[in-house]
Design a protein. Structure first.
Length: 449
């Protein structure tokens, strides 16, 4: 679904209404202005015709043929006139008027012709009739200037209106942005209630509901962590005591006793049960959100400690090969204990399922990616897609809990790390590879802040 911002939608909607309103208002204003200008020009044209009708009557008595009244500075925009006798002949005209009558039908009133808007005055007592024409170029220019003058302020102030609307909307939605930022910061393990922000009544209810939800979530997570800690204490101690008793029983049995095989079986089953309990407790801690905490630490140091710890019980010919690629430190934001559980489960899985005690190779890449590979028979694709689910195993005969990769995948999601599995190893036909890419430090810090 395409993302959108409430402020942008409000500004767009308001500005759309404003622009449409201005467009309709401009059309109405332009029509009204055109009507008013046309009416005023028509009134002036009629007034000029009627006055000219009375002024030329005395002069026309001495005219025997067509005369031209030369007017100073007469141009294509100047009013033109004609005086017609009773026979419809032009007896007097201005120099910018045509030699033929403006119109054949000399009915009193306004008439439009291609180049002029003509007013035909009523014939006087001397049977002379005055026709005054206003050039269309002059009338059109006057109307355009009047419309432009009326519309220019609207066009000029439209950006100002947009800026004011945008400013008002963003200021009105600022409390919503503050609430959004506070709620977003709670996505990284910060479950503290949102402090008062001076929100409007519509948002106070949301803030109270979010604080209530955060309180319930904090209580649930605290209960989960307390249960995990109590279960670890209550289960480890009896299993440890049982293992001690089994070892004492082994020491008490004579050499070559038929019971030694049964004691060894009990010891192996006890150790397996202890490992399963440990993995279940880790899974419980991972499911309770242990990895949501965000602290800055050195990932390289954590990996080095794990490699050293697991290498203590390994044969010399099958070590863990740690390739640092020249890095002295790789810093990320996250929970150090959760990261240790994550990496330890991946390493233990690689050590447990490798073939013929081959080395496990751990490498750190420049983009904060850790790769852990081991040699084994390639897994079928259908198993590879389900192997991160609890209690799903790769089909080998090696005893395991089926929880290691599930725990690692759960913690990786909480840390926003990209967790990928490959089998066979790319460009080979065997092996198993786990890649773990942590987010960029700047991105992690931004999310943390």
């Amino acid at each position: 679904m395409k993302s959108w911002k409430l402020s942008t939608r409000i500004v767009s909607s308001v500005m759309t209404v404003v622009i449409l309103g201005i467009v309709f208002l401009s059309i109405a204003d332009a029509g009204f202005t055109r009507y008013e200008i046309t009416e005023r020009l028509d009134n002036s044209l009629q007034e000029v015709s009627e006055r000219l009708q009375t002024m030329v009557a005395g002069r026309l008595r001495s005219l025997r043929s067509t005369s031209i009244a030369w007017l100073p500075e007469a141009g294509p925009r100047t009013l033109a006139y004609q005086v017609l006798n009773d026979a419809g002949e032009v007896v007097l005209r201005s120099q910018n008027a045509p030699t033929t009558p403006f119109v054949i039908d000399r009915k009193t009133g306004f008439i439009n012709i291609p180049q002029f808007r003509v007013y035909v005055a009523a014939a006087g007592p001397q049977k002379y009739q005055v026709l005054v024409g206003e050039p269309m170029i002059h009338r059109g220019g006057a109307i355009r200037r009047a419309v432009l003058i009326s519309l220019t302020p609207m066009l000029i102030f439209l950006p100002v209106i947009w800026w004011l609307v945008r400013l008002i909307v963003y200021r009105a939605l600022r409390p919503l942005d503050q609430l959004h930022d506070e709620m977003r910061s709670r996505g990284s393990g910060n479950l503290l209630p949102i402090s008062p922000l001076g929100l409007p009544d519509e948002l106070v209810t949301i803030q109270k509901a979010v604080n209530t939800l955060l309180g319930r979530l904090e209580t649930a997570l605290s209960t989960e962590r307390a249960f995990a800690a109590s279960a670890a204490h209550e289960l480890r101690n009896p299993l440890g005591a049982l293992m001690a008793q089994v070892q004492m029983l082994r020491c008490m049995l004579p050499e070559g006793s038929s019971l030694n095989e049964r004691v060894e079986l009990i010891a192996n089953r006890t150790r397996g049960l202890a490992r399963t309990v440990e993995k279940l407790l880790q899974l419980s801690r991972a499911s309770s959100g242990i990895a949501f905490r965000r602290d800055r630490f050195d990932l390289l140091a954590v990996m080095q400690v794990l490699v050293d710890d697991l290498s203590c019980n390994l044969p010399v010919d099958s070590p863990i090969i740690f390739k640092k690629n020249g890095f002295s430190g790789v810093f990320i934001y996250g929970d150090m204990d959760a990261t240790g559980i994550l990496l330890r489960n991946i390493l233990e899985n690689a050590l447990l399922h490798r073939s013929n005690a081959t080395p496990v190779i751990v490498s750190i890449l420049p983009d904060r990616t850790i790769t852990i590979t081991n040699d084994c028979i390639a897994l079928p694709h259908e198993i590879l897609t389900k192997i991160t689910s609890p209690f799903v195993r790769g089909g080998t005969t090696v005893h395991g809990s089926g929880l290691g990769l599930s725990i690692a995948n759960n913690i990786a999601k909480q840390m926003d790390a990209k967790f990928s599995l490959y089998s066979p190893i790319p460009c080979t036909t065997r092996g198993f590879c786990v890649t773990l890419q942590f987010p960029d430090l700047k991105t992690q810090k931004k999310d943390r802040d």
